[in-house]
Design a protein around this ligand. Structure first.
Ligand code: 4NP
Length: 160
């Protein structure tokens, strides 16, 4: 059975589609496509149907990630359809927890920053939408670190 992971931020045009793209490229590089299925979504539905923000696409492309996800809003059925729901910041995290239909669904919600090891000064993956270029770069730095550790954690736990 594939492990299904949903990455969630506010707009689903910056952080979560970048997380999805980074995680997918790690999975592809390790030949783990039959083990994982990824998607991303936003708590705010105002960008539904949009490609990722052009600034995020440019910054990600320079690191080798081609982001082609189309934004969509989180729905209650996501709690049935995914095994793990990865929130980018504390607001995303608490809103997802309060949306969860059951206690076991609530337990599927985790914070991306809890997998980030190399940036102790950050307690969330910060919203880059109103930031400059460095805001997008730090998001990518945090996500590359967090996705690598998340994949390692999932690989370890599947071996147990
Ligand atoms: P994201 O960034 O949550 O990382 O996709 C944002 C995108 C859009 C908005 C806010 C954050 N917005 O307010 O439209």
């Amino acid at each position: 059975m594939k492990k299904r992971i949903l990455f969630v931020c506010l707009g689903n045009i910056c952080r979560s589609p970048a997380a999805q793209g980074i995680m997918q490229s790690l999975i592809d590089a390790e030949g783990l496509q039959d083990r994982f299925e990824l998607d991303s979504a936003g708590l705010y539905g105002g960008h539904a149907g949009d490609l990722p923000d052009s600034r995020m696409r440019v910054h990600a492309y320079k690191r080798g990630y081609n982001l082609t996800h189309r934004s969509r809003q989180v729905r209650t059925s996501d709690f049935d359809n995914f095994d793990l729901i990865v929130a980018m910041d504390d607001s995303n995290y608490s809103r997802l927890k309060s949306m969860a239909p059951t206690l076991s669904d609530e337990e599927k919600v985790v914070r991306m920053i809890d997998y980030v090891k190399g940036f102790p000064q950050y307690d969330s993956v910060p919203d880059p939408y109103y930031e400059g270029a460095e805001g997008f770069e730090i998001v990518l730095d945090l996500l590359e670190d967090g996705c690598r550790n998340l994949l390692e954690t999932l690989n370890q736990s599947s071996k147990k």
